[in-house]
Design a protein around this ligand. Sequence first.
Ligand code: HPA
Length: 235
Amino acid sequence: MATAHIESNLEDIAKTVLMPGDPLRAKYIAETYLTDVKLINTVRNIFGYTGKYKGKEITVFASGIGNPSMGIYSYELYNFYNVENIIRVGTCGAYRKNLNLYDTIIVEGSYSTSNYAKEQGYDSPEIIYSNKELNKKLELAAKNLKIKVKKGIIHCTDAFYKENNNYEELVKKYNILGAEMETFALFSNAKTLNKKATCILTVSDNLVTKQETTSEERQKAFNDMIEIALESTLS
Ligand code: HPA
């Protein structure tokens, strides 16, 4: 079996998938945290791995950047590979002064002006919400690991580079915490296919204070987020 973008066999992919944007992050997560790891996709260098976390079968599969790329991979995983749960693990740019670099955020909803949901057949909702059950599990895992998390609405943007960034207006109107680029398509697919999706993010830069992280600095905070996501799959 194969789909337009995934070469894996049906039995290669677990019911629960962690999705970082970057294929090399998928490799890092699989090699650092999973045992019995098998590389199950290399099409377009979008690496996917399946292995075990404390005995539970987990797939880590890259989404690529942006809604269209996330849209393709998450749809195929849900619809053709019978995946039930997808947890995006990524980074975001904070829209609030009080959000520090490396803070961890559980995404309760994704605000977007992207046409993804409309093209999929909806009356273009402004916000699509993540799965509450998965969010509760993430919160519980964070509490057990003694890692502080924030929760809220994120702006899923199609343009990383903007001429006029009106993020202050979005903060006022929707109480938005920051920006990333993939949750809207993921949550729209989950809604369409009656599956579960959520997202956990690490703050990698702050648009208000202009603080940025280096790639090495990001590692520790990234590990916190991955550990929360992996532990949440056990409950
Ligand atoms: N914008 C969009 N996506 C991001 C950002 C940002 O500032 N930082 C990390 N992912």
